[in-house]
Design a protein around this ligand. Structure first.
Ligand SMILES: [Zn+2]
Length: 239
């Protein structure tokens, strides 16, 4: 299923601490065997790794490890968010689509890390490949729900579709006279609102629709039929 040459992507920010490993895998590639991962429901539920191993045995959209078990999330167009606490050497993987983000899954994950000894300044966060504003059209009704959400301060969207110069295939076509919503920026703003420094938040510039491998986007595959496979993103504290 993996396309020849499909890259494993990494965040420079998460690559620098020597005590951890991470990867944003291409579509269809599985994480390490011993990885903990919840059965994702677009909820704000975040659990410890013991509860999510064997994989998908509990419902959760975020998993935290305080030991060396890898934790992962699987995504299509939603945001895979990997978090490392440089103070306690705890790690978290969070599945944050629009629904889960608005439900507060990032706040839950950060709160749990703070409870176990992190500070906002000790957290480093990487937001992996997801649908970007170049290809994510939302209608007025959904934009209204976003604006009315108490966790949201200044959501960003564009009335004209942004051009993505990194696109390797045509961007999404407008279907509903809507606006082009910036989901990664929504997550970034929420992390900033939790006092995580801007320099410690990395957003990978890869859109699952137009600039990742062709099986990445569930949304795109509902219009074309290239096939579709989940993308795993994982993070692990080394022994
Ligand atoms: Zn795009």
């Amino acid at each position: 299923m993996m396309q020849k040459g499909s890259p494993v992507r990494k965040s420079d920010l998460l690559a620098s601490p020597g005590w951890l490993e991470h990867a944003f895998l291409p579509a269809g590639v599985l994480p390490p065997e011993e990885t903990a991962c919840g059965h994702q429901r677009h909820s704000a539920t975040v659990v410890m790794s013991e509860a999510a191993f064997p994989r998908k045995q509990c419902e959760a959209d975020g998993v935290i490890a305080i030991d060396s078990r890898p934790v992962a999330v699987y995504t299509a167009d939603c945001l895979p968010v990997l978090i490392a606490d440089t103070r306690q050497h705890h790690v978290a993987a969070v599945h944050a689509g629009l629904k889960g983000t608005l439900a507060g899954v990032l706040q839950q994950a950060v709160a749990k890390l703070l409870d176990s000894g992190a500070t906002p300044q000790s957290l480093v966060v990487a937001i992996g490949p997801a649908i970007a504003p170049c290809c994510y059209e939302l209608g007025e009704d959904m934009l209204g729900k976003i604006t009315g959400n108490p966790l949201v301060s200044a959501p960003r969207w564009f009335s004209a579709q942004p051009h993505n110069e990194r696109a390797v295939r045509p961007q999404a076509q407008a279907t509903q006279h809507g606006s082009w919503f910036d989901l990664p920026e929504l997550a970034r703003q929420m992390l900033l609102a939790m006092d995580i420094p801007a320099a410690q938040i990395d957003v990978l510039p890869v859109c699952t629709w137009c600039s990742a491998e062709p099986q990445s986007s569930y949304r795109r595959n509902s219009h074309f039929s290239d096939g579709y496979a989940l993308r795993y993103s994982w993070i692990q504290r080394r022994e």
